[in-house]
Ligand binder design. Sequence first.
Ligand code: 5AD
Ligand code: SF4
Length: 439
Amino acid sequence: MTQLFHIKTFGCQMNKHDSDSISKILLDKGYKQTARIDDAHIILINTCTVREKAEEKALTLIGRLAPLKRKKPDMITGIIGCVAQEKGVNLLKRFPYLDLVIGPRNIYHMDEFLSKIKEVREKISSLDLACEFTTSFSKYNGYLKGRATSFLRIMEGCDNFCAYCIVPYVRGRETSLPAKEIIDEAKYLISQGVKEITLIGQNVNSYNAKNKPTFPGLLKELDNIVGLKRLRFTTSHPKDLSDELIGSFGELKTLCPHIHLPVQSGSDNILKLMNRGYTRDKYIGLIEYLRKTRPDLTITSDIIVGFPGEMKKDFEDSLRLIEEIEFDNLFSFKYSERPGTKALQLPGKIGKKEKQRRLSILQERQRGITLSKNRLLEGTIQEILVEGPGKRGDDQLTGRTLGNKVVNFSARTNLKGQLLRVKILKGLQNSLLGELIDR
Ligand code: 5AD
Ligand code: SF4
Protein backbone atom coordinates (compact mmCIF):
# COMPACT_ATOMS: atom_id res chain seq x y z
CA MET A 1 0.00 0.00 0.00
CA THR A 2 1.26 3.48 -0.84
CA GLN A 3 2.35 5.32 2.27
CA LEU A 4 0.92 8.83 2.64
CA PHE A 5 2.86 11.57 4.39
CA HIS A 6 1.69 14.92 5.71
CA ILE A 7 4.02 17.82 6.59
CA LYS A 8 2.97 20.83 8.63
CA THR A 9 5.47 23.69 8.45
CA PHE A 10 6.02 26.57 10.86
CA GLY A 11 8.50 29.42 10.53
CA CYS A 12 10.73 31.06 7.97
CA GLN A 13 11.64 30.44 4.32
CA MET A 14 14.44 28.08 5.41
CA ASN A 15 11.87 25.82 7.06
CA LYS A 16 9.58 25.98 4.04
CA HIS A 17 12.50 24.99 1.86
CA ASP A 18 13.42 22.16 4.25
CA SER A 19 9.86 20.82 4.04
CA ASP A 20 10.05 20.99 0.25
CA SER A 21 13.31 19.05 0.32
CA ILE A 22 11.79 16.35 2.51
CA SER A 23 8.74 16.10 0.23
CA LYS A 24 10.95 15.68 -2.80
CA ILE A 25 13.04 12.97 -1.13
CA LEU A 26 9.97 11.02 -0.04
CA LEU A 27 8.11 11.40 -3.36
CA ASP A 28 11.21 10.11 -5.10
CA LYS A 29 11.04 6.99 -2.91
CA GLY A 30 7.42 6.28 -3.82
CA TYR A 31 5.63 7.91 -0.89
CA LYS A 32 2.64 10.17 -1.68
CA GLN A 33 1.85 13.50 -0.03
CA THR A 34 -1.52 14.29 1.52
CA ALA A 35 -2.94 17.59 2.72
CA ARG A 36 -5.26 15.71 5.14
CA ILE A 37 -3.63 14.91 8.46
CA ASP A 38 -6.28 12.20 9.19
CA ASP A 39 -5.34 10.22 6.07
CA ALA A 40 -1.60 10.24 6.70
CA HIS A 41 0.53 7.21 7.66
CA ILE A 42 3.40 9.57 8.46
CA ILE A 43 2.99 12.99 10.07
CA LEU A 44 5.95 15.36 10.22
CA ILE A 45 5.85 18.72 12.00
CA ASN A 46 8.56 21.16 10.96
CA THR A 47 9.03 23.61 13.81
CA CYS A 48 10.36 27.11 14.53
CA THR A 49 11.85 28.37 17.78
CA VAL A 50 12.90 31.93 16.93
CA ARG A 51 10.39 33.31 19.44
CA GLU A 52 8.63 31.59 22.33
CA LYS A 53 5.22 31.89 20.67
CA ALA A 54 6.32 29.97 17.59
CA GLU A 55 7.61 27.18 19.80
CA GLU A 56 4.37 27.04 21.81
CA LYS A 57 2.37 26.66 18.59
CA ALA A 58 4.46 23.70 17.52
CA LEU A 59 4.26 22.00 20.93
CA THR A 60 0.47 22.43 20.98
CA LEU A 61 0.18 20.70 17.62
CA ILE A 62 2.42 17.83 18.77
CA GLY A 63 0.09 17.44 21.76
CA ARG A 64 -2.83 16.99 19.36
CA LEU A 65 -1.16 14.00 17.73
CA ALA A 66 -1.79 11.81 20.82
CA PRO A 67 -5.41 10.86 20.00
CA LEU A 68 -4.50 10.24 16.35
CA LYS A 69 -1.74 7.86 17.36
CA ARG A 70 -4.08 6.02 19.74
CA LYS A 71 -6.46 5.42 16.84
CA LYS A 72 -3.68 4.40 14.45
CA PRO A 73 -0.77 2.89 16.42
CA ASP A 74 1.17 2.11 13.22
CA MET A 75 1.30 5.74 12.22
CA ILE A 76 4.77 7.37 12.30
CA THR A 77 4.98 10.79 13.95
CA GLY A 78 8.02 13.05 13.76
CA ILE A 79 9.09 16.45 14.95
CA ILE A 80 11.70 18.12 12.79
CA GLY A 81 13.34 21.54 12.54
CA CYS A 82 14.47 24.05 15.12
CA VAL A 83 12.41 22.96 18.16
CA ALA A 84 13.61 19.39 17.56
CA GLN A 85 17.21 20.61 17.60
CA GLU A 86 16.70 22.80 20.67
CA LYS A 87 14.84 20.30 22.85
CA GLY A 88 16.38 17.13 21.44
CA VAL A 89 15.61 13.69 22.83
CA ASN A 90 13.69 15.23 25.77
CA LEU A 91 10.81 15.52 23.32
CA LEU A 92 10.67 11.72 23.05
CA LYS A 93 10.20 11.55 26.82
CA ARG A 94 7.68 14.37 26.99
CA PHE A 95 5.61 13.04 24.06
CA PRO A 96 5.99 9.23 24.24
CA TYR A 97 4.01 8.73 21.03
CA LEU A 98 6.66 10.53 18.94
CA ASP A 99 8.85 8.31 16.74
CA LEU A 100 11.30 10.80 15.25
CA VAL A 101 13.20 13.89 16.43
CA ILE A 102 15.25 15.31 13.56
CA GLY A 103 17.26 18.56 13.51
CA PRO A 104 17.28 20.90 10.49
CA ARG A 105 20.65 19.63 9.30
CA ASN A 106 19.65 15.98 9.35
CA ILE A 107 16.46 15.99 7.29
CA TYR A 108 18.17 14.75 4.13
CA HIS A 109 18.15 11.17 5.40
CA MET A 110 14.41 11.14 6.05
CA ASP A 111 13.71 8.13 3.84
CA GLU A 112 16.37 6.08 5.67
CA PHE A 113 14.89 7.06 9.06
CA LEU A 114 11.42 6.00 7.94
CA SER A 115 12.65 2.66 6.57
CA LYS A 116 14.51 1.96 9.80
CA ILE A 117 11.49 2.72 11.97
CA LYS A 118 9.34 0.41 9.89
CA GLU A 119 11.96 -2.31 10.21
CA VAL A 120 12.77 -2.17 13.90
CA ARG A 121 10.01 0.07 15.37
CA GLU A 122 12.58 1.97 17.38
CA LYS A 123 12.53 5.69 18.07
CA ILE A 124 15.09 7.71 16.13
CA SER A 125 16.78 11.01 16.90
CA SER A 126 19.27 12.69 14.59
CA LEU A 127 20.65 15.99 15.79
CA ASP A 128 24.15 16.31 14.35
CA LEU A 129 24.89 20.01 13.70
CA ALA A 130 28.04 19.25 11.71
CA CYS A 131 26.12 17.20 9.14
CA GLU A 132 26.82 17.74 5.42
CA PHE A 133 24.01 19.00 3.24
CA THR A 134 23.39 19.73 -0.41
CA THR A 135 20.92 21.68 -2.56
CA SER A 136 20.14 18.97 -5.04
CA PHE A 137 16.76 17.80 -3.92
CA SER A 138 14.72 18.95 -6.89
CA LYS A 139 15.36 15.61 -8.58
CA TYR A 140 11.77 14.49 -8.12
CA ASN A 141 10.46 15.28 -11.57
CA GLY A 142 7.17 17.06 -11.49
CA TYR A 143 7.54 18.46 -7.98
CA LEU A 144 7.98 21.97 -9.31
CA LYS A 145 5.27 21.64 -11.95
CA GLY A 146 3.45 24.92 -12.42
CA ARG A 147 5.71 26.85 -10.05
CA ALA A 148 6.93 30.17 -11.38
CA THR A 149 9.03 30.95 -8.30
CA SER A 150 11.38 28.90 -6.17
CA PHE A 151 13.74 29.23 -3.23
CA LEU A 152 17.32 28.05 -3.68
CA ARG A 153 19.36 27.51 -0.54
CA ILE A 154 22.96 28.67 -0.85
CA MET A 155 24.07 28.25 2.74
CA GLU A 156 23.06 26.95 6.13
CA GLY A 157 23.66 28.11 9.70
CA CYS A 158 24.87 31.39 11.15
CA ASP A 159 28.05 32.56 12.90
CA ASN A 160 26.91 35.98 14.04
CA PHE A 161 25.55 35.20 17.49
CA CYS A 162 23.33 38.25 17.80
CA ALA A 163 22.57 38.36 21.51
CA TYR A 164 18.83 37.62 21.16
CA CYS A 165 19.02 34.92 18.50
CA ILE A 166 18.75 31.15 18.89
CA VAL A 167 19.49 30.42 15.22
CA PRO A 168 23.23 29.71 15.57
CA TYR A 169 22.42 27.13 18.25
CA VAL A 170 19.81 25.26 16.25
CA ARG A 171 21.14 25.56 12.72
CA GLY A 172 24.83 25.35 13.51
CA ARG A 173 27.85 27.04 11.98
CA GLU A 174 27.68 28.91 8.72
CA THR A 175 28.36 26.61 5.75
CA SER A 176 28.24 27.71 2.10
CA LEU A 177 27.38 25.37 -0.75
CA PRO A 178 29.76 25.13 -3.73
CA ALA A 179 28.87 27.65 -6.46
CA LYS A 180 28.76 24.92 -9.11
CA GLU A 181 26.06 23.06 -7.22
CA ILE A 182 24.02 26.25 -6.88
CA ILE A 183 24.34 27.07 -10.57
CA ASP A 184 23.37 23.53 -11.61
CA GLU A 185 20.36 23.72 -9.32
CA ALA A 186 19.35 27.11 -10.79
CA LYS A 187 19.59 25.67 -14.31
CA TYR A 188 17.47 22.71 -13.28
CA LEU A 189 14.82 24.99 -11.73
CA ILE A 190 14.68 27.08 -14.91
CA SER A 191 14.37 23.96 -17.07
CA GLN A 192 11.28 23.09 -15.00
CA GLY A 193 9.61 26.43 -15.78
CA VAL A 194 10.76 28.47 -12.77
CA LYS A 195 11.23 32.14 -13.72
CA GLU A 196 12.14 33.70 -10.40
CA ILE A 197 14.72 32.33 -7.97
CA THR A 198 15.19 33.59 -4.41
CA LEU A 199 18.55 32.64 -2.93
CA ILE A 200 18.12 31.90 0.76
CA GLY A 201 20.35 31.66 3.78
CA GLN A 202 20.52 33.20 7.28
CA ASN A 203 23.05 35.77 6.11
CA VAL A 204 23.57 35.45 2.35
CA ASN A 205 25.93 38.44 2.19
CA SER A 206 28.68 36.41 3.84
CA TYR A 207 28.34 33.53 1.34
CA ASN A 208 31.75 31.91 0.72
CA ALA A 209 33.47 34.51 2.93
CA LYS A 210 36.78 32.63 2.71
CA ASN A 211 36.47 31.39 -0.85
CA LYS A 212 35.61 32.40 -4.39
CA PRO A 213 33.18 33.40 -5.73
CA THR A 214 31.89 35.59 -2.90
CA PHE A 215 28.24 36.64 -2.96
CA PRO A 216 28.42 39.39 -5.63
CA GLY A 217 30.38 36.98 -7.86
CA LEU A 218 27.76 34.27 -7.40
CA LEU A 219 25.01 36.75 -8.34
CA LYS A 220 26.91 37.66 -11.50
CA GLU A 221 27.21 34.00 -12.54
CA LEU A 222 23.51 33.38 -11.91
CA ASP A 223 22.57 36.56 -13.81
CA ASN A 224 24.14 35.06 -16.93
CA ILE A 225 22.00 31.93 -16.95
CA VAL A 226 19.72 31.90 -19.99
CA GLY A 227 16.03 31.78 -19.10
CA LEU A 228 16.29 33.29 -15.61
CA LYS A 229 14.00 36.30 -15.44
CA ARG A 230 14.22 37.37 -11.82
CA LEU A 231 16.78 36.89 -9.08
CA ARG A 232 16.25 37.77 -5.40
CA PHE A 233 18.03 37.00 -2.14
CA THR A 234 17.29 37.02 1.56
CA THR A 235 18.34 37.65 4.31
CA SER A 236 21.05 40.31 4.30
CA HIS A 237 23.10 41.49 7.25
CA PRO A 238 24.06 45.22 7.25
CA LYS A 239 27.57 44.48 8.55
CA ASP A 240 28.32 42.33 5.46
CA LEU A 241 26.65 44.48 2.81
CA SER A 242 29.66 45.42 0.67
CA ASP A 243 29.88 48.25 -1.87
CA GLU A 244 30.35 45.60 -4.54
CA LEU A 245 27.07 43.95 -3.54
CA ILE A 246 25.22 47.28 -3.52
CA GLY A 247 26.70 47.91 -6.99
CA SER A 248 25.03 44.68 -8.22
CA PHE A 249 21.65 46.40 -7.92
CA GLY A 250 22.75 48.86 -10.59
CA GLU A 251 24.40 46.28 -12.84
CA LEU A 252 22.67 42.92 -13.00
CA LYS A 253 19.72 42.64 -15.36
CA THR A 254 17.83 39.96 -13.41
CA LEU A 255 18.44 41.22 -9.86
CA CYS A 256 15.13 42.58 -8.55
CA PRO A 257 15.10 45.99 -6.81
CA HIS A 258 14.22 44.74 -3.33
CA ILE A 259 16.35 44.24 -0.25
CA HIS A 260 15.33 42.93 3.15
CA LEU A 261 17.87 44.47 5.51
CA PRO A 262 17.02 43.84 9.19
CA VAL A 263 18.05 46.81 11.34
CA GLN A 264 16.75 45.39 14.69
CA SER A 265 17.07 48.74 16.54
CA GLY A 266 17.63 52.43 15.87
CA SER A 267 19.72 52.95 19.02
CA ASP A 268 23.49 52.57 19.08
CA ASN A 269 23.38 51.39 22.70
CA ILE A 270 20.99 48.58 21.87
CA LEU A 271 22.75 47.65 18.61
CA LYS A 272 25.91 47.19 20.65
CA LEU A 273 24.19 45.06 23.28
CA MET A 274 22.66 43.03 20.46
CA ASN A 275 26.14 42.43 19.01
CA ARG A 276 25.06 43.59 15.56
CA GLY A 277 28.39 45.04 14.43
CA TYR A 278 27.13 48.37 12.97
CA THR A 279 25.84 51.71 14.20
CA ARG A 280 22.69 53.64 13.37
CA ASP A 281 24.71 56.03 11.17
CA LYS A 282 26.39 53.18 9.33
CA TYR A 283 22.97 51.66 8.59
CA ILE A 284 21.56 54.97 7.35
CA GLY A 285 24.65 55.38 5.15
CA LEU A 286 24.00 51.97 3.57
CA ILE A 287 20.39 52.91 2.83
CA GLU A 288 21.52 56.18 1.21
CA TYR A 289 24.03 54.36 -0.98
CA LEU A 290 21.47 51.69 -1.91
CA ARG A 291 18.93 54.34 -2.91
CA LYS A 292 21.51 56.27 -4.91
CA THR A 293 22.46 53.10 -6.79
CA ARG A 294 18.88 51.99 -7.38
CA PRO A 295 16.32 54.76 -6.75
CA ASP A 296 13.32 52.44 -7.20
CA LEU A 297 14.59 49.97 -4.56
CA THR A 298 11.99 48.54 -2.17
CA ILE A 299 13.49 48.31 1.31
CA THR A 300 12.05 46.18 4.09
CA SER A 301 13.39 45.46 7.55
CA ASP A 302 12.97 43.68 10.90
CA ILE A 303 12.98 45.41 14.27
CA ILE A 304 12.77 44.20 17.86
CA VAL A 305 11.23 46.25 20.68
CA GLY A 306 11.80 45.74 24.39
CA PHE A 307 15.31 44.24 24.18
CA PRO A 308 16.85 44.21 27.71
CA GLY A 309 18.09 47.69 28.62
CA GLU A 310 15.96 49.46 25.99
CA MET A 311 15.22 52.81 27.63
CA LYS A 312 12.43 55.12 26.41
CA LYS A 313 15.12 57.09 24.58
CA ASP A 314 16.37 54.01 22.75
CA PHE A 315 12.85 53.13 21.69
CA GLU A 316 12.38 56.68 20.43
CA ASP A 317 15.57 56.27 18.40
CA SER A 318 13.93 53.29 16.71
CA LEU A 319 10.77 55.31 16.03
CA ARG A 320 12.81 58.16 14.55
CA LEU A 321 14.77 55.73 12.42
CA ILE A 322 11.70 54.19 10.79
CA GLU A 323 10.32 57.68 10.12
CA GLU A 324 13.60 58.85 8.63
CA ILE A 325 14.15 55.81 6.41
CA GLU A 326 10.53 55.10 5.49
CA PHE A 327 10.75 51.36 4.93
CA ASP A 328 8.28 49.94 2.45
CA ASN A 329 7.41 47.34 5.03
CA LEU A 330 8.63 46.41 8.49
CA PHE A 331 8.35 43.18 10.46
CA SER A 332 8.35 44.07 14.14
CA PHE A 333 8.59 41.81 17.15
CA LYS A 334 8.52 41.96 20.93
CA TYR A 335 11.81 40.69 22.32
CA SER A 336 11.40 37.06 23.38
CA GLU A 337 13.87 35.31 25.71
CA ARG A 338 15.50 32.33 24.04
CA PRO A 339 17.41 29.57 25.86
CA GLY A 340 21.19 29.69 25.65
CA THR A 341 21.39 33.21 24.17
CA LYS A 342 23.61 35.98 25.61
CA ALA A 343 20.74 38.43 26.10
CA LEU A 344 19.35 36.21 28.87
CA GLN A 345 22.09 37.50 31.16
CA LEU A 346 21.52 41.19 30.42
CA PRO A 347 20.00 43.47 33.06
CA GLY A 348 17.07 45.82 32.42
CA LYS A 349 14.31 43.40 31.39
CA ILE A 350 11.27 45.17 29.95
CA GLY A 351 7.82 44.11 31.19
CA LYS A 352 5.27 42.39 28.94
CA LYS A 353 2.84 45.32 28.92
CA GLU A 354 5.51 47.87 28.09
CA LYS A 355 6.81 45.71 25.24
CA GLN A 356 3.28 45.49 23.83
CA ARG A 357 2.82 49.26 24.21
CA ARG A 358 6.03 49.97 22.29
CA LEU A 359 5.15 47.45 19.59
CA SER A 360 1.69 48.99 19.07
CA ILE A 361 3.12 52.52 18.73
CA LEU A 362 5.78 51.35 16.28
CA GLN A 363 3.36 49.33 14.18
CA GLU A 364 0.87 52.19 14.01
CA ARG A 365 3.58 54.55 12.70
CA GLN A 366 4.75 52.01 10.17
CA ARG A 367 1.23 51.32 8.91
CA GLY A 368 0.98 54.97 7.82
CA ILE A 369 4.38 54.82 6.11
CA THR A 370 3.60 51.55 4.30
CA LEU A 371 0.28 52.88 3.04
CA SER A 372 1.75 56.13 1.74
CA LYS A 373 4.56 54.18 0.01
CA ASN A 374 1.99 51.95 -1.68
CA ARG A 375 -0.08 54.97 -2.72
CA LEU A 376 2.98 56.51 -4.37
CA LEU A 377 2.79 53.68 -6.92
CA GLU A 378 -0.74 54.62 -8.05
CA GLY A 379 -0.76 55.39 -11.76
CA THR A 380 2.59 53.67 -12.42
CA ILE A 381 3.12 50.72 -14.75
CA GLN A 382 4.68 47.66 -13.07
CA GLU A 383 5.95 44.36 -14.39
CA ILE A 384 4.49 41.48 -12.41
CA LEU A 385 5.10 37.74 -12.32
CA VAL A 386 1.71 36.05 -11.94
CA GLU A 387 1.73 33.56 -9.06
CA GLY A 388 -1.86 32.25 -9.19
CA PRO A 389 -5.41 33.00 -8.06
CA GLY A 390 -5.94 35.95 -5.72
CA LYS A 391 -7.79 35.77 -2.41
CA ARG A 392 -11.03 37.08 -3.92
CA GLY A 393 -11.64 34.04 -6.08
CA ASP A 394 -11.66 32.94 -9.67
CA ASP A 395 -11.66 36.17 -11.59
CA GLN A 396 -8.78 37.64 -9.57
CA LEU A 397 -5.11 36.81 -9.99
CA THR A 398 -2.14 37.78 -7.89
CA GLY A 399 1.49 38.49 -8.68
CA ARG A 400 4.47 40.46 -7.44
CA THR A 401 6.19 43.55 -8.75
CA LEU A 402 9.95 43.65 -9.23
CA GLY A 403 10.02 45.39 -5.83
CA ASN A 404 8.22 42.37 -4.32
CA LYS A 405 4.85 44.05 -3.71
CA VAL A 406 1.71 41.97 -4.11
CA VAL A 407 -0.62 43.11 -6.93
CA ASN A 408 -4.14 41.76 -7.34
CA PHE A 409 -5.89 42.23 -10.66
CA SER A 410 -8.85 40.90 -12.62
CA ALA A 411 -8.36 38.41 -15.43
CA ARG A 412 -10.59 35.73 -16.87
CA THR A 413 -7.87 33.34 -18.03
CA ASN A 414 -5.19 31.62 -16.01
CA LEU A 415 -1.98 33.57 -16.57
CA LYS A 416 0.10 31.81 -13.90
CA GLY A 417 3.83 32.03 -14.54
CA GLN A 418 3.58 34.89 -17.02
CA LEU A 419 5.39 38.21 -16.80
CA LEU A 420 2.86 40.95 -17.53
CA ARG A 421 2.47 44.68 -17.23
CA VAL A 422 -0.18 46.19 -14.98
CA LYS A 423 -1.23 49.72 -14.18
CA ILE A 424 -1.54 50.34 -10.44
CA LEU A 425 -5.00 51.68 -9.67
CA LYS A 426 -4.81 51.76 -5.89
CA GLY A 427 -2.23 51.37 -3.15
CA LEU A 428 -3.72 49.53 -0.16
CA GLN A 429 -2.27 48.62 3.24
CA ASN A 430 -0.98 45.16 2.33
CA SER A 431 -1.18 45.06 -1.45
CA LEU A 432 -1.77 46.97 -4.66
CA LEU A 433 -4.80 46.83 -6.91
CA GLY A 434 -3.87 46.71 -10.60
CA GLU A 435 -5.28 46.51 -14.08
CA LEU A 436 -3.81 44.41 -16.87
CA ILE A 437 -2.60 46.57 -19.71
CA ASP A 438 -1.28 43.97 -22.11
CA ARG A 439 -0.96 40.23 -22.69
N1 5AD B 1 12.90 37.92 20.02
C1 5AD B 1 12.22 38.67 19.13
N2 5AD B 1 12.50 38.69 17.82
C2 5AD B 1 13.50 37.91 17.39
N3 5AD B 1 14.02 37.74 16.16
C3 5AD B 1 15.02 36.84 16.25
N4 5AD B 1 15.19 36.45 17.52
C4 5AD B 1 14.25 37.11 18.25
C5 5AD B 1 13.92 37.13 19.63
N5 5AD B 1 14.59 36.41 20.51
C6 5AD B 1 13.54 38.45 14.98
C7 5AD B 1 14.65 39.32 14.34
C8 5AD B 1 14.98 38.56 13.10
C9 5AD B 1 13.66 37.93 12.74
C10 5AD B 1 13.72 36.79 11.81
O1 5AD B 1 13.14 37.53 13.99
O2 5AD B 1 14.10 40.58 14.04
O3 5AD B 1 15.48 39.39 12.07
FE1 SF4 C 1 20.07 35.41 14.18
FE2 SF4 C 1 21.71 37.39 13.87
FE3 SF4 C 1 22.17 35.09 12.59
FE4 SF4 C 1 20.14 36.66 11.84
S1 SF4 C 1 22.27 37.17 11.72
S2 SF4 C 1 20.08 34.47 12.15
S3 SF4 C 1 19.48 37.55 13.76
S4 SF4 C 1 22.23 35.41 14.79
